[in-house]
Design a protein. Structure first.
Length: 604
């Protein structure tokens, strides 16, 4: 926790130099001994270090207006032009989000405060004509409360550096200083090292990986395995901090047990409690969490929250340190493709169910219940038979975060199917080794061979490593379940463990459309491919008016359908755009409403 009333000026050279020395001395990439061997004076060393830094200042003088005011200073720029690029995406959230659309009031001046000519080259690319000491200022509108964007109001400020700060091409490897100028009585919390609201990032990647929370949030310190941790909470809600810290400690402990310890010096859990937002974003030494403030009271809702905590914490290994080759070096100007998000996100989704169980936050029955829900979601998604999970990984940028009325028919989430593939592989490894090995061994080997040396894996290297742990040829498995859309053989893999998948019938005839009430209208949201509704010609977006001459609402639909049987014909009245249309729908046999993991009846 820092003192917001004791910040140093970004431009105060004398007060800055000791801070710079203190921050940079421990960093291995800056070799001060090499400078000494070059017989440079101590003051010259400090000047060289200062000249290598990029300076940022982030202020919020009127937070209620939602504007961050940003100043960038670069000293002694030697080129005739300065190019600046704003990232178009944030690592961990695989969609181009065009952060520069929130930027306005761009200005550039030289060391004598003389205005410099500047212009845009591309959507996120500015060029400034000038050299020497350059200062750039601009404002960012921030009123989007998610874990991957920026939010500023009278109660707090939160930002992801990728959505706020420029990168300087060819200088992304250099250290960056960022000073926060908060309103009175606001504190600053971030995983970056710093003091007096001045922080140092070793490079642009570390800066992007370090969100900032600024305000009057609560900060709770706790220790796990001898290392300091913090839980920072913004937003109102009924909070049992003692229970939360105890359960988070358990999750950290059981996860660290897999990998043999914690790979950081300090870790921050940053939680926003909002009206209805939900999400999480992983960082190397931190995670951002967003959860509805009134959905933590019931046991099931709290367990879901702990799964979110487990998911984002697990990511500090899987994807932040164990990563696909395609994410080894980030290109912030465009998509970064990989077919392996099924592993980075899907395996993490599988373990976010396991880890609270291992931490004894919930029991075996809850584990099976949560797994049943995921299996149900998977088996009730028609797109599982269309899109392979490696294709889903590769196309995340254009599909997963942009759902439409046909998404469920044509797409498969790499989170969901990745978790299902991880389940099968875990079961296979356990069965082959008489439970002496598990998927944990895959993660440990990846950590040792790739994570600890900072090397990304290729998809073929990943497949070979899993195959080595399993001890059998898995090429047919990969071809069928990673590169094609063949149905997953759950029962075959569950049988050795006394489990099977049981379908629970819906008891109503099937017509294949999902209806929701929106602003007093009954809107057909999706229509399953090949379903009776689709064959009749009903479209997503149609407004359902009546069935067999009687008005019907979304809440009444299941009851009404239960009055019919398979092969009965319905007369369905809808508004298609603004035209009243009538369709005849022939109902099909009922389909499962969910699937459950149950015990075999003939257990040995």
């Amino acid at each position: 926790m820092t003192n917001p009333n004791n910040s140093q000026s970004l431009y105060d050279r004398d007060s800055f130099l000791p801070t710079l020395r203190d921050f940079l001395t421990p960093f291995p990439y800056i070799d001060l001994h090499r400078e000494s061997r070059s017989r440079k004076s101590s003051m010259q060393q400090k000047k060289d270090l200062e000249d290598r830094l990029i300076f940022y200042r982030v202020a919020m003088p009127q937070p209620q207006t939602h504007f961050f005011e940003v100043t960038l200073q670069i000293k002694d720029w030697q080129q005739p032009q300065l190019h600046l690029q704003m990232p178009v995406w944030t690592p961990g959230s695989y969609m181009v989000r065009e952060y520069s659309r929130h930027l306005q009031n761009f200005q550039a001046v030289d060391g004598q405060s003389k205005s410099l000519s500047s212009y845009k080259i591309a959507k996120n690319h500015w060029c400034v004509e000038g050299s020497g000491d350059l200062t750039i200022s601009y404002r960012i509108f921030a009123n989007d409360l998610t874990v991957r964007t920026n939010h500023l109001d009278a109660s707090h400020g939160y930002f992801n550096p990728a959505a706020l700060l420029f990168l300087v091409p060819d200088r992304t490897h250099e250290p960056i200083q960022i000073e926060i100028v908060p309103p009175a009585n606001w504190q600053v919390t971030t995983p970056l090292p710093g003091d007096n609201n001045i922080f140092i990032a070793q490079n642009f990647d570390e800066l992007v990986d370090s969100p900032f929370e600024i305000g009057q949030h609560q900060v709770y310190d706790f220790e796990v395995l001898g290392k300091p941790h913090q839980l920072a909470i913004w937003g109102e809600g009924r909070i049992d901090v003692t229970k939360w810290l105890a359960d988070i400690t358990k999750i950290v402990t059981v996860t660290a047990k897999i990998f043999g310890g914690l790979p950081y010096d300090r870790y921050l859990f940053l939680l926003h409690l909002s009206a209805n937002g939900y999400g999480g974003l992983e960082h190397k030494n931190c995670c951002s969490l967003l959860y509805p403030r009134w959905q933590l009271q019931k046991t099931e809702q709290y367990e879901q929250f702990m799964q979110l905590v487990a998911h984002e914490f697990f990511h500090l290994w899987n994807v932040k340190r164990i990563f696909p080759k395609g994410l080894e070096k980030f290109d912030y100007n465009q998509e970064n493709y990989t077919p392996s998000l099924w592993f980075s996100e899907g395996v993490t989704s599988y373990y976010d169910i396991l880890m609270p169980r291992r931490a004894e936050i919930y029991g075996r029955s809850t584990l099976l219940s949560q797994m049943s829900k995921e299996i149900s979601r998977f088996l009730m998604t028609p797109g599982r038979l269309v899109q392979p999970v490696t294709e889903s990984s590769f196309d995340a940028w254009i599909k997963l975060y942009r759902p439409d009325a046909n998404s469920s028919n044509s797409q498969m989430s790499y989170y969901l199917k990745g978790a299902m593939v991880a389940l099968l592989l875990d079961l296979k490894i356990r069965a082959l080794s008489n439970s002496e090995k598990s998927f944990d061994d895959v993660l440990v080997k990846l950590w040792r061979d790739y994570g600890q040396v900072g090397k990304g894996f290729t998809d073929r290297e990943l497949e070979s490593l899993i195959q080595d742990i399993a001890g059998i040829d898995l090429q047919d498995f990969y071809q069928d379940y990673l590169y094609s859309s063949i149905e997953l053989p759950f029962d075959e893999y569950l049988q050795p463990f006394g489990l099977k998948i049981t379908a629970v019938d819906s008891l109503t005839p099937y017509w294949g459309a999902v209806v929701k009430t929106e602003q007093g209208r009954e809107i057909i949201k999706t229509v399953a491919t090949g379903s009776p509704a689709a064959l009749a010609g009903i479209d997503p977006g149609d407004e359902l008016v009546a069935i067999d001459g009687h008005r019907v609402t979304a809440d009444q639909l299941a009851v009404r359908l239960a009055c019919y049987k398979a092969s009965d014909c319905l007369t369905v009245i809808v508004f298609h755009q603004d035209q009243l249309m009538q369709y005849v729908v022939e109902l099909a046999a009922s389909q499962p409403s969910k699937y459950e993991l149950t015990l075999l009846s003939d257990l040995t």
